[in-house]
Design a binder for this molecule. Structure first.
Ligand SMILES: [Zn+2]
Length: 484
């Protein structure tokens, strides 16, 4: 236990909490995080880190480095918000902040600063002259942008011995799940406009093509593997006039599957539908890859190291008032959401023969670490993460800490509302301490790093990393649907 080094996180608790609150106050979406980056960089420079900004060809990516020589350990931080999730802080009902449309509905205000807390404690350790380098990666655009995949394309994580991260959640746990690889593609249909009543025979509708493509893909869904997912959003419907045949339309597709190769196979099938519907409607179609990300490669050695630190770092102490507030947030979820969660919990309780999980109730605040059982086949999480791309370049692992009331959901107003609360701050600092404890342990345990690398090598046998094609540039999400 490296208590002396970890103490700095409590000593600087006010500054760290303020930093996270400032990011919360400036919710910026993928690749537009200029203010958030400035806030974080100012702090890191002041703390004596060597900052490089921008980094790896991404305007709102940066690195902050301290130390010398090997091992080189990366900490991944995020700071992007979600569109249309504006919500007042510490408010038990849904209410927007006047004049703000975005909100931190995934807790990335905490995620970025929790990583900085860890970097501060590791720096404290390295200041003694111990060998090793810590690099904090400021990773933009996780939501819908896969910022880390763009950074990985430039080899950002290749020289690392390992990388660690965390994510705010409803529980404390070492993440064992693997994630879905994905690709996001914009289909752009062009037709011919005409008066919809006067001379419809001359019109060729791009909107018809978009709608037919979606129908085609809905039929395709019956003939794909169970774990694959196809989602779409019409981002440009061609205008607001039903009396004009729409000559242009765009639909954004997100295709997911457990493996990158499966995503590529599905993409080819979706492309065929797009081409078929263009042929049928006598329109033209072009498509543009917006981004992609890879599935997560787990690393049991690093997971065990994180678990070891969870057992050593004292859990935050939560007050009666905080627990009471958490319970109130839990009750704000709709009955349907709660029913779904209840089924989920009872299923988990049946599957997991653990006394902790047996105790899980809908409105308990989860102030315990979920027991870790090494799983040969890692469970598949429903979504994707660009941490996946980091895990294709070096051994990578993550934790979650209990930041929100149970049943807060994902990307919800409840998460935005709790993002500046005392429980969230405690969870953020707790995550920082667990990560720092793990990193200092690893810096002093070359054998464990060696084992983690051996496991990585074994898992990567026969696998080839497929980076985002060179010509694709990171694009702010609000730009989509405006191209023509
Ligand atoms: Zn997130």
């Amino acid at each position: 236990m490296y208590r002396d080094f970890l103490d700095i996180i409590e000593q600087k608790s006010k500054e760290l909490d303020d930093l996270s609150d400032q990011i919360w106050d400036h919710p910026e979406t993928a690749f537009s995080e200029t203010e958030s980056v400035k806030i974080l960089i100012d702090f890191l420079c002041k703390e004596g880190f060597e900052v490089t900004s921008p980094a790896y060809g991404v305007e709102t990516a940066f690195t902050a480095k301290y130390g010398n020589g090997k091992p080189v350990i990366g900490i991944l931080g995020e700071y992007d918000a979600l569109a249309e999730l504006s919500q007042k802080s510490d408010c038990l009902w849904k209410e927007k902040v006047e004049g703000l449309s975005n909100g931190h509905g995934c807790g990335h205000n905490l995620l970025g600063v929790g990583g900085i807390a860890a970097a501060l404690a590791v720096k404290k350790y390295l200041e003694s002259g111990a060998p090793g380098t810590i690099i904090y990666y400021g990773c933009p655009g996780e939501e819908g942008g896969s910022g880390k995949a763009f950074m990985a394309r430039e080899g950002a994580f290749l020289d690392l011995d390992l990388a660690l991260s965390w994510h705010p959640a409803e529980v404390n746990e070492v993440i064992q799940d693997t994630s879905l690889a994905n690709i996001q593609v914009l289909y752009k249909f062009s037709g011919v406009s005409a008066h919809a009543a006067g001379n419809p025979q001359n019109g060729r509708s791009a909107l018809d093509a978009v709608e037919l493509m979606n129908v085609g893909c809905n039929f395709l869904r019956e003939h794909i593997i169970d774990q694959a997912r196809i989602h779409y959003a019409i981002v440009n419907s061609g205008g607001f006039s039903p009396n004009v045949v729409q000559s242009y339309g765009e639909v954004l597709y997100l295709i997911r599957a457990p493996k990158v190769k499966q995503v590529q196979e599905l993409l080819e099938r979706v492309n065929k539908i797009a081409q078929g519907m263009a042929l049928a409607t006598e329109t033209k179609v072009e498509y543009e890859i917006i981004k992609s990300c890879s599935n997560l490669i787990p690393n049991h050695v690093l997971e065990a190291s994180l678990l070891r630190s969870f057992q050593k770092v004292p859990m935050p102490v939560y007050t009666k008032e905080e627990r009471e507030l958490a319970r109130k947030y839990t009750l704000t979820a709709s009955r349907t959401e709660r029913a779904v969660l209840e089924t989920h919990i009872s299923r988990m309780n049946q599957q997991e023969n653990s006394q902790f999980l047996q105790q899980r109730k809908l409105d308990d605040f989860y102030d315990f670490v979920i027991p870790y059982e090494k799983k040969l086949t890692p469970p598949l999480m429903g979504g994707s993460t660009d941490v996946g791309d980091v895990s294709w370049q070096c051994p990578t692992a993550q934790i979650e800490t209990s930041t929100w009331a149970p049943n807060s959901g994902g990307h919800s107003w409840q998460i935005v509302s709790q993002g500046k609360g005392s429980m969230a701050h405690k969870a953020m600092r707790y995550a920082g301490k667990v990560l720092a404890e793990t990193i200092i342990y690893l810096l002093t345990s070359p054998d464990v790093i060696k084992q983690a690398k051996e496991e990585y090598k074994e898992r990567m046998q026969g696998e080839v990393y497929m980076p985002i094609p060179k010509e694709i540039k990171p694009r702010p999400i609000e730009e989509l649907g405006r191209s023509k």
